[in-house]
Write a new protein. Structure first.
Length: 280
């Protein structure tokens, strides 16, 4: 089965529209772009288009490529203070002279659309999930929507980034999966991946995972986005692995749309939490 990320994202967007209608206010998402990276510009266009579909008010703050750290953090803090901005997303990567960790930590935890702030990451590790990274949240949504049993499942994640690997491991553990996290230093990767009932690959290596590395009947989520001979491919050898997997996400059209849809969900969650704080 091909896991249709676009169809699942459409379902999430429908749910988000209903939540926006119930809110009685217009949720606001502010994105920040430093410089003119074409890929970042494209991703932001996709995110703002999704905002338009679900009823979220969005704005994009564009700063020059030579913006210094003081100016960037000042911009973030101004957005923190605005009541009409419920969620903030800092588009990565930043120019090399800026420290993304300092910038991310300047975002108010309650407006942290990406779920990267240490306070939100800490809550995730404690099992009190609130605003969490969007890609892992999208993968969990897909597993649950497909009826895949997570509790007790053998899950293997290839890649231990703060964006996907680490937070997804915590989310799977919170749902009582048995989790292995592999990475570039893992010896004999196949020994780990072929045991996985749930396999998530976010390594940034084109077609790293071959058919003989995948268990029959596994659910495979390919987070990789790589350019090979002008074509976009994932970290999984899709054509070979789809013959063995019970479900597999394509690239493109798999995890990407889920991630954007979850950004919409997170923005509405931030607005919902803001409304609760005002009422209490």
């Amino acid at each position: 089965m091909i896991i249709d990320g676009k169809a699942l994202a459409s379902e999430i967007e429908s749910e988000v529209r209903e939540r926006v209608e119930r809110l009685g206010l217009n949720p606001g998402l502010a994105t920040i772009l430093v410089g003119d990276n074409p890929a970042s510009q494209m991703y932001l266009r996709i995110k703002h288009a999704a905002c338009g579909r679900v009823g979220i008010r969005s704005e994009n703050v564009v700063l020059p490529v030579d913006t210094d750290e003081v100016t960037l953090i000042k911009t973030i803090r101004e957005l923190n203070r605005r009541e009409d901005v419920h969620a903030i997303l800092l588009q990565l990567p930043l120019p090399g002279h800026l420290d993304p960790r300092k910038a991310m930590m300047a975002i108010a935890p309650e407006k942290d659309a990406d779920g990267f702030h240490p306070e939100n990451m800490g809550a995730l590790l404690l099992g009190a999930e609130r605003l969490v990274p969007c890609t892992p949240k999208g993968i969990i949504y897909a597993l649950e929507r497909l009826g895949v049993r997570i509790e007790g499942a053998e899950a293997v994640i290839v890649g231990h980034s703060n964006v996907v690997g680490k937070p997804l491991a915590a989310m799977l553990l919170n749902r009582n999966a048995t989790v292995q996290v592999c990475h570039v230093y893992t010896k004999d990767l196949k020994e780990h991946t072929r045991d996985a009932e749930i396999l998530v690959v976010a390594a940034g290596v084109p077609r790293l995972i071959k058919a003989d590395m995948v268990r029959d009947g596994a659910y495979v989520f390919d987070v990789g986005i790589n350019k090979v001979d002008g074509k976009t491919v994932g970290d999984v050898d899709f054509d070979a692995v789809k013959e063995k997997a019970a479900g597999i996400t394509p690239v493109p059209g798999g995890v990407g749309p889920l991630t954007v849809a979850m950004l919409m969900s997170q923005t509405v969650m931030a607005a919902e939490l803001s409304l609760e704080r005002r009422r209490s």
